[in-house]
Ligand binder design. Structure first.
Ligand code: SAM
Length: 325
């Protein structure tokens, strides 16, 4: 189980140095006062002691087990972190788009109480499933590619984690089956493919051979036609995301939350607001958008796209779209 202690607990971070451009340094940051307490092994300054008693949970808190200050911390619309490599990252890194289990734990802890159930229809190597295990929630993952399911199982064996339910298959089929079987979940959180497979115009072979900062591990996940990344157009991809949302509807109780992590794209000289398009399709499936939390993983690599002629963004953030049924 995760340390559910005081929200001011220090977390080991590698942060961009606030003074030196693009330099990563080891720091510790207090989650409450956000004071940088720099330097390796430095003490945090906010006065937090791990022995301090956890602030109490409001007696009418029906959503989670967070104290008021933990609740408010989560509602900030920006989250800037770089989580330490842990929980089998040595194995999970084979999947170029895996998510830190600590990030998923942070999200799950807000939208559920201990023991409740979480569903992830695009489970990959199990970032959500491991995050749920860390905070004592039950989880079900659906993943198309058996290779990633095997990596998740290896991680569980290596880390001594109990395996959560992982179903192999196309989520657009499996979600229907789960609904037909009368399954219900308290929360859905997922990190789907962000787009159809894009041509790498700015980080592909032509540049990658010469420039280390133009190389990318990120690649098409599979040749399976059911993989959303293998759809032909963005429009087909947006429609598939809408279909997924419609299938999730009967699986979530009334008032249940859905969180979808999406990264916008830049293609053909144009910024594509995938988050907006996916958000609209999910709303059309009967969900109300409640907010966007921007996650900036501070270690994201920056590439000299456009330099020195034109503005081309380095998209270093991802949007966590939050909906309610
Ligand atoms: C961005 S990754 C998810 C990574 C995951 N959050 C993790 O920590 O490993 C998206 C995943 O969706 C899977 N996928 C794509 N189309 C799918 C489909 N139709 N049904 C189920 N999974 C699918 C891909 O194989 C890929 O592993």
């Amino acid at each position: 189980m995760a340390d559910m202690g005081h929200p001011a607990r220090a977390i080991g971070l590698r942060l961009n140095c606030p003074r030196v451009y693009d330099k990563l340094i080891d720091m510790r940051r207090c989650q409450t006062c956000e004071d940088y307490c720099g330097g390796n092994g430095a003490e945090i300054r906010c006065g937090y002691s791990p022995d301090q008693e956890k602030a109490s949970v409001h007696p009418r808190n029906s959503l989670n087990n967070l104290a008021g200050n933990e609740w408010l911390f989560f509602t900030k619309s920006v989250l800037q972190t770089s989580y330490p490599s842990a929980h089998g990252q040595n194995l999970r890194r084979q999947h170029g788009a895996n998510k830190p289990p600590q990030l998923m734990e942070h999200i799950i802890e807000f939208f559920t109480k201990p023991g409740q159930s979480v569903l992830d229809p695009f489970a990959g190597v199990g970032g959500t499933l491991i995050g749920a295990t860390l905070c004592g929630r039950r989880a079900t993952g659906i993943e198309l590619n058996p290779r990633w399911i095997e990596v998740y199982r290896q991680v569980c064996r290596q880390e001594g984690l109990a395996e959560q339910e992982m179903i192999e298959g196309d989520c657009l089929t499996v979600l229907e089956e789960l609904a037909a079987a009368g399954r219900r979940f308290d929360f859905v959180v997922t990190d789907p493919p962000y787009s159809v497979a894009l041509e790498k115009t700015l980080s592909g072979d032509r540049y990658a051979g010469k420039h280390a900062n133009r190389r990318t591990d990120f690649d098409s996940f599979s040749s399976d036609p059911r993989d959303l990344r293998n759809l032909s157009t963005f429009e087909e991809y947006y429609q598939a995301m809408g279909r997924m949302a419609a299938l999730l509807h009967p699986l979530l109780g009334s008032g249940g939350y859905l969180a979808v992590i999406i990264r916008d794209s830049y293609q053909g000289g144009q910024y594509l607001m995938a988050s907006y398009e996916v958000g609209r399709r999910i709303e059309a499936a009967g969900f109300v958008m409640k907010g966007i939390k921007v996650w900036y993983g501070t270690g994201a690599r920056v590439r000299p796209y456009g330099y020195p002629y034109a503005y081309v963004p380095n998209i270093v953030h991802q949007n966590i779209l939050i909906f309610r049924r």
